[in-house]
Design a protein around this ligand. Structure first.
Ligand SMILES: CC(C)=CCC[C@@H](C)[C@H]1CC[C@H]2C3=C(CC[C@]12C)[C@@]1(C)CC[C@H](O)C[C@@H]1CC3
Length: 377
């Protein structure tokens, strides 16, 4: 595959779009409340821009040109995905946009935080360190890692709305002096060489058009001797691109999750090495013999619920909880309570959820391939 040319960045254009689409909704409580405060024309532009890559493109006849178009416009594709999906995520999942392992009887939020602590520990993050979070979402993991370790965390993100929300939460929680949020493309970071003591990425670098590009940038900004820890989304090596069913699942995950080009484990591991890292550890955490599967909330298996207090949290993620919410959004769209395109986004997220569960059950996909690399001294 030819190396991807980088997309030209235009900060002023993105800031103006963010202002037009989201207005003051970045300061809303989140979820459905924030979804009501959008500009209709801007939302339509985001929907058109995102779905042009997926509409009428079936897995059965996916062409290399379709895939190439997504890779070429990786940054725009991901930015608009999050313009559309962020409020749904916060409504349905909270502010840490990632999966996690579950111990027996473990409540949802505790398991999410534990997954973040585990990566912080594997990456060797300590008090006083200067740390980079690549693809920080609305800052849920960064806030937890600041509280857990006492490090200073800079969150890098390509979506202005998520940066605004992350900044808002950091301020609200009195963490502003321990955090900074920077808008930018992780394939072409503006940070000087050797800037950070440690770097981590949680289920974010999968948005890159090619992993070696983003890992090389991480290598560049990390100080010699510093550590990089990542939870990567990868297709397992059982994935066979010539199998139409496998392709349907991969494409459903890519469409529903704003991904231009998801690759297999072997390619992910090779990319870390090719970027220059000494690979200290790599492991698919989804293969640990956990009694509770990582995807249980999306699969709607209440028997795995860790605490009765999680009932409403989990209910929102199940297929029927999604169905109810998405019908409500659809009805709201027809009376202009929610902007046009909200239902389409909801349907696409439902596709993601179904394909993520199927991919996991067939052992074709993992969202938690842990890799820890060191930049040689
Ligand atoms: C996209 C990447 C790389 C990471 C995000 C992982 C997860 C946090 C999301 C993947 C699919 C998402 C869905 C939802 C929340 C966030 C995810 C689990 C919903 C449960 C949000 C509420 C909607 O009504 C249904 C969504 C299904 C998919």
């Amino acid at each position: 595959m030819a190396p991807t040319a980088l997309e030209r960045e235009d900060m002023a254009r993105d800031a103006a779009f963010n202002q037009a689409m989201h207005g003051k909704s970045a300061k809303a409580r989140g979820g459905l409340t924030a979804m009501r405060g959008k500009d209709a024309a801007a939302q339509k532009a985001a929907v058109d821009e995102y779905f042009k890559h997926w509409d009428n493109k079936d897995y059965a006849d996916e062409t290399d040109a379709d895939r190439e178009a997504r890779r070429t416009e990786y940054a725009t594709l991901t930015r608009h995905y999050y313009n559309l999906a962020t409020d749904f995520y916060e409504y349905g999942w909270g502010s840490s946009f990632h999966f996690c392992r579950f111990a027996y009887g473990e409540p949802f939020r505790q398991a999410i935080a534990r997954h973040e602590h585990y990566l912080a520990m594997q990456t060797g993050i300590k008090e006083g360190m200067k740390v980079l979070d690549v693809g920080c979402g609305v800052g849920g993991p960064a806030r937890e890692i600041v509280k857990f370790t006492g490090a200073h965390v800079t969150g890098l993100n390509n979506n202005d709305y998520q940066i605004d929300r992350a900044t808002h939460y950091a301020h609200k929680q009195g963490l502003s002096d321990k955090m900074a949020f920077v808008k930018g493309d992780f394939m072409q970071m503006k940070f000087p060489d050797n800037s950070f003591d440690a770097v981590y990425a949680i289920e974010a670098t999968v948005h890159a058009p090619e992993l070696v590009g983003v890992y090389s940038e991480i290598f560049r900004v990390l100080k010699p001797g510093g550590t990089f820890g990542v939870y990567e989304w990868l297709m397992t090596d059982e994935y066979n691109n010539d199998d139409a069913e496998h392709r349907r699942i991969r494409l459903g995950i890519e469409q529903g999750d704003g991904i231009s080009n998801m690759v297999r484990i072997s390619e992910g591991v090779q990319a870390v090495k090719d970027a220059g890292f000494e690979l200290l550890h790599h492991e698919d955490l989804a293969q640990r013999p956990d009694a509770t599967p990582w995807y249980y909330p999306l699969a709607g298996s209440f028997k795995h619920m860790g605490s009765v207090w999680d009932f409403f949290t989990i209910a929102r993620m199940t297929w029927w909880g999604r169905g109810l919410a998405h019908r409500f959004v659809g009805a709201g769209e027809s009376i202009k309570l929610f902007p046009r395109g909200s239902q389409k986004t909801a349907d696409s997220l439902a596709l993601a959820a179904d394909c993520l569960v199927e991919g996991a059950q067939k052992n074709l996909f993992t969202p938690m391939y842990l890799m820890v690399g060191k930049k040689p001294e």
